[in-house]
Design a protein around this ligand. Sequence first.
Ligand SMILES: O=C[C@H](O)COP(=O)(O)O
Length: 426
Amino acid sequence: MSTSGVQDIPGADRRLLVSVFDPQEAREAVLGGARIIDSEDPRSALGTIKPQRIMDIGDAVLRTRRQLPVQLSTNIGEDQLLFRRADNGLAMAKSAYEQVSKAAQAALGVAVAMGTGVHPCGILKVGLDGMAVDELAEVLGEIVTTLRRSDQVSRTRVMSVLFAQDLDLWDARKALPQVRRVLVGLGEYQPCTPDAPGAFDLGEFRTDEAGTFAAVNEPLPHQDCGLTRDRRTDREAILGMVEASAAAGADAVMVGTSVQMKAARIGLISTADSPELVDLNRCDTDSEGLPRAGILSLDEIRFFVEVCHSYGMQANLAGSVQSHQAQQIWRLVPQLDQLSARGGVSALARDPFGATGSGEGARRGRTVRSSLVGGILPPEQGGYLVLPRRMAASPQARESVAALLKCHPDLTAFTADEYGALAPLS
Ligand SMILES: O=C[C@H](O)COP(=O)(O)O
């Protein structure tokens, strides 16, 4: 007898998407139980990936034993904006016609790279960051129509992507050294004068660049795109994105987070201030004591799912999704179609020759582990709770986990070391 209720949903077909960068990560994701294997360059939130790598990943999925049907997905980048450089060096937007055409060409290209060998319905994620609502609807509509008319990939599903943001939280965190370090490592900065807002000396992070000043790249505010008047992604922004996606004929909408939010430990799901959620975000601190924060409340997540379904589209959540969030959200929002993850299912790479892991903390230096994939799976597919070992050591976290297991006694809990090896939570 289920205690969460979700196991009792007849025909539940909820899916975990895992973003991978190579065939080995693809195998880990499939063996861990992911239902959508997403080809993506982890250097950014929707990192563009070469078609040949998508093909390599598809081949790896085909060769790996799967218990349930698996789909492929990929993306055509975070935004579809195109610029040219004016004589004075300033960036000038290219014509709407060129933007729409390039996006549709890219969509066709990556859909062909995914092919139909793994599944007839590949999924195409379309980043639309920074675009005005009418602009993004035009791009999406062209992509949908182009793919539908194609001979080979007409069943490709189109998923629009909205990057959720909380600009007040971002402002409060963006100057922290650990946030700047990650963004500098990912190349998310631009040169500036020493007196420019947010300027810092690159030499703090790269000795060879001492004396060069830079500022981290800022998120593109929703207000500038006409999505909402708020500095945080709210119901108005969600509704605007879902309506535009539905009008364009998209099949699904994903709300995720930009690389700036990820670097600042601002994930999509807020566990604070909810009587239904156990707040483990506050116990998940980095080595400097910075806790994980979230953007959308449980009610806003329910609103997103409900609005998507009212337009006949699927709802997908992403944005530094952690195991404790996933296990609660799957149970509390049983209608949710998909969760997506990379950071929450990756660990330091273990060097088989004995050296310690490399690339500590950076998105690129971590690799997908099947043991961690199980931490984000829905309960009806065997999902369990995974707590990073450093977090499990905190009495505050232990207390919160005890409360969580009391709410959901069907959950089995493990700790994970920095390489993703699991041990039962004792
Ligand atoms: O498509 C989804 C993203 O790859 C999720 O990445 P993340 O879990 O590190 O935020």
